[in-house]
Design a protein around this ligand. Sequence first.
Ligand code: ZN
Ligand code: ZN
Length: 449
Amino acid sequence: MFMRCISKAVGRCAVVGSSHSVSRSLLLLHRTAKTSLAAIPQSATLGLCIQPCQQLQVFTRRIHSSLSPSLSLAKTPSPYLHPQSGPLQPQPLDLDQPYPPPPEDNFYTISFYSFFDIPTEKTTRLREQLQTEWSRDLQIVGRIYICEQGINAQLSIPVENTQKLRQWLEAHPVYAGRIPRFNWAIEHRQAFKALHVRVRPLVATGSEFTLQDLNHEPEYLGPEQWETELQHSSEDKQPLLIDMRNSYEFRIGKFSGAVCPDVDTFREEMNVVREMCKDRDKKEPIFMYCTGGIRCSVAGAILKSEGYENVKTLQGGVIAYGNHIRRHPEKAKSSLFRGKNFTFDKRLGEEVTSEIISRCDQCGGPCDTFTNCANRSCNLLFIQCPSCAEKHKHTCGTDFCKERAQMSHEELIKNRMPSIWNYHLRVRPEKIFSKDGIAQIPSELEMKQ
Ligand SMILES: [Zn+2]
Ligand SMILES: [Zn+2]
């Protein structure tokens, strides 16, 4: 009997019924099955996080003491965590906010992520479906990751198909109700060449995490609230504000006063952050931000599960903050973020404020335009000003790269060669360039020529 009540109580919103019937079910549960509550599968109890507030209050009042403490943390419906199976309430069609004016090339760039359970055996089929239908029917280009824990998508889409994408998602048995509002880029254009859908972890943490781990959600602050809280905390003393991105990302833009760990990967980042926080009072606030929010959803949950009680993240990341500044141009001068937001697509960055906080890696002049060396087997990621781009033919300046950058596609295939740099060197131009702004290619490679 009470198992039926449980499935009713923790099922999808639509079938929950009135708060009266829910409270009756829960009361019944409380009276008859206090000990059995602990036996509810964790994934089922998690569903309560998305109940309408009123029902959640009834729930917490009635049986709060019977629950594992982690569940009491979810005070409001979670924006990104949807662990139930079965369809949820459809998400809005993103129509209640004005679309940006159509960009010149007619492509919007958007991103979204969501954590929910996808059975392992379904991931490959879902990957194939997205790869086929999104490129064929919606002309989407971009990079999508799916895995057992959900989806993480960055994509560009023709303006006229944007509503169709939401309709596609809301008509799909797996995605319906689980994809929060799209995170719109600050600057729009076709940012990818093709569509690549892959089955792989949504965030490379270096260790496995489950949906249950993510239940320790951090607090999500919208841009306005983020500003208010940061300014308010800094009146007492400078709050701990952590940039959760890699070192090359914050070179061209960051929040004032942020601690920016000098790392190349998210995995390294977590270790540095743990070390940084280990002697702190666990009640002290920790503010963190990243590009679009997903890394902070994961990092925040990890920190909270390790006992830090007051973890606050910027919802929608720098992208959302940049849009906030664009909507309120009068705030640009006092923007807490200065410079550009690095993006993992062809654009390699979008402007939040016009301030330039970085320098050209080749001549040292003020510049915040990232580029990749035009020689694909070099592909060095560095900052290059227009005059150095012309001088060095869009390369890192070596004769080797200049020569290969001129080769035709056929010649390159004939002279195929592996990447010169490993990932860590490829994103560290300061280790590669000599004083004259020419990359120092390893000598063993020169011998091969
Ligand atoms: Zn330059
Ligand atoms: Zn090069």
